[in-house]
Design a protein around this ligand. Structure first.
Ligand code: BV8
Length: 233
């Protein structure tokens, strides 16, 4: 079989699980007794911003202790040395793909280590805690910083660019995602309609498994390096 000229990869929380970052399913979609869908919303932020800031402060603290794993490094190798186009879209807000030296990542649901000021609209890097009193490093006004995260009910970032790449994909690979959150969960169908082969890499069966042509089942740190080695051979 000739090598695919455009590969689109979608990663989810499962690719960072072996780096020690809990997935949404690991915590049963709960954080401190709250449903994540209730914390990760603009309404929750408007109602109890201190609670939502604490949710992300705890995730930033966990990220400071995490390292990329062999799956992140294998994708970086693929994107660095594959003769065709490799587009990486992630639902993850961690920066483990970047830490593994991946050349380019599309963070469709935002980034944990960035915040946006709702006063001056600047996006600034932030690896530590943020509170309702933290002044914006740019306009120095306090009380306007929000995590640069796409919450439930908000439009994901870069959807036009993602849809264009799905239209020309020859191969679509979903790694470590449960396929329950849209629009990401619909990408496999869009890729199939465009004629792409589809592969699901996961350590379990998911709600989306039926849409994929092939399944590589097992931990991402084993399955992703093996898949990349086969492609680069
Ligand atoms: C939007 C950032 C419209 C936050 C996230 C009813 C029906 C259909 C849709 C909806 C509906 N009601 C509402 C909606 C829309 C909603 C949605 O889909 N809701 C779901 C709950 C039904 N979607 C939205 O609101 C989206 N926006 O629709 O906007 C719009 C459009 C235009 C203009 C205006 C508005 C926005 C959704 C984004 C929400 N933000 N993340 C944060 O991180 O704090 S979502 C978050 O959960 C993730 O980003 C990801 O997208 C999602 C699911 O997480 P996964 O990554 O899949 O992780 P999960 O834990 O679920 O699964 C882990 C997988 O890994 C498992 O399969 C497991 O087996 C596997 N695994 C585990 N360990 C390993 C492994 N695999 C391999 N190796 C291992 N070691």
């Amino acid at each position: 079989m000739s090598k695919p000229s455009t590969i689109v990869i979608l990663t989810g929380a499962g690719i960072s699980a072996e780096s020690g970052l809990p997935t949404f399913r690991d915590v049963n979609g709960l954080w401190e007794g709250h449903r994540i869908e209730e914390v990760a919303t603009p309404e929750a932020f408007a109602r109890t911003p201190w609670l939502v800031h604490e949710f992300y402060n705890q995730r930033r603290a966990a990220l400071r202790k995490a390292e990329p794993n062999d799956a992140h490094y294998a994708i970086a190798r693929l994107q660095q040395s594959y003769p065709g186009e490799v587009v990486l879209v992630t639902q993850n807000v961690d920066d483990l793909h970047e830490q593994a030296e991946t050349p380019s990542v599309i963070h469709m649901h935002g980034e944990l280590r960035k915040v946006r000021c709702e006063n001056c609209w600047k996006v600034v890097r932030c690896g530590g805690d943020v509170s309702i009193d933290t002044p914006c490093p740019s306009c120095e006004q306090a009380g306007f910083l929000r995590p640069l995260i796409v919450w439930f009910g908000e439009a994901p970032f870069e959807m036009d660019r993602i849809e264009r790449t799905l239209q020309r994909a020859d191969l679509f690979v979903a790694i470590g995602t449960s396929g329950v959150v849209y629009p990401a969960a619909g990408f496999v169908r869009q890729a199939k309609l465009a004629g792409a082969e589809t592969i699901e890499i996961n350590n379990a069966v998911t709600e989306a498994s039926g849409h994929f042509d092939r399944h590589l089942t097992g931990p991402a740190t084993e399955q992703v390096p093996a898949w990349v080695a086969e492609l680069l051979a």
